[in-house]
Ligand binder design. Structure first.
Ligand SMILES: [Zn+2]
Length: 238
């Protein structure tokens, strides 16, 4: 399991903040911990957003504990199992009396969560792997979302960019203040998302990529797998 801490802000930024990636599971998914406030003068837990808890809940929980973070939001760039498998354990472990925990996913991927989600995940994995062993090995009953998101919605520091193609409800989480984007499996460093899973749509993916490439080149991009990049660097790849 790889781990490192990003320092996304430049010296002089108004609001220095760091976020951390934990690479989880057999498919090496990037699970991001995104603190929502600066460290205070006193040792106290800071709220954070957890983005794509794809596996290894114990590792995610341990890292939050070490960094003195607690989740205010669990946000899913899309519903594929390698991005959500740790959700059940995180929710059961991190729900605290008096502290709201928002679980957000785009409404078009909502079927990946909730009591009927097993069949959806099983079908998706069988379509590409020929069996559902990956899902079955990690399966725990999926909580339902508390917030169904759509284009332009604000959640925490993020604006939702609906980026269908890899899945119907794929979304980018864009922090305009810090000029960074969590791109899920839509855009990678030197790569784009696959469209051969149920609900994948090549033409929709192309439109979503065109939209991303029209954004400011300096925006830093943190994908669902692999290293970070920028809009400008990926624009040059196409
Ligand atoms: Zn995916």
């Amino acid at each position: 399991m790889n781990e490192h801490t990003k320092q996304p802000n430049q010296p002089g930024d108004a609001f220095p903040i760091s976020h951390t990636v934990i690479v989880v599971g057999a498919l090496a998914t990037n699970c991001w911990l995104y603190p929502l406030t600066e460290p205070g003068p006193y040792e106290q837990d800071r709220g954070c957003a957890v983005i794509d808890p794809g596996a290894d809940p114990d590792a995610i929980i341990a890292r939050m504990k070490r960094l003195r973070l607690y989740p205010q939001y669990i946000l899913l760039t899309h519903g594929h199992f390698d991005h959500v498998a740790a959700l059940p354990r995180l929710v059961s472990h991190c729900t605290r009396p008096g502290k709201a925990l928002e679980i957000g996913i785009h409404h078009a991927d909502a079927s990946f969560l909730g009591p009927d989600a097993y069949t959806v995940h099983r079908t998706a994995f069988c379509a590409v792997a020929g069996n559902s062993a990956y899902v079955d090995a990690l399966w725990e009953s999926m909580p339902s979302p508390t917030k169904l998101l759509d284009e332009g919605d604000r959640i925490g520091p993020f604006t939702v960019l609906h980026l269908p193609g890899h899945s119907p409800g794929s979304m980018g989480l864009y922090d305009a203040e810090r000029k960074l984007l969590f791109s899920g499996d839509t855009l990678f460093k030197q790569g784009i998302g696959r469209t051969d899973l149920p609900g994948g749509d090549w033409d929709a993916l192309q439109k979503s990529l065109e939209r991303l490439f029209a954004l400011e080149g300096a925006i830093r991009v943190y994908p669902g797998h692999g290293p970070e990049t920028t809009i400008a660097a990926e624009r040059r790849q196409v």
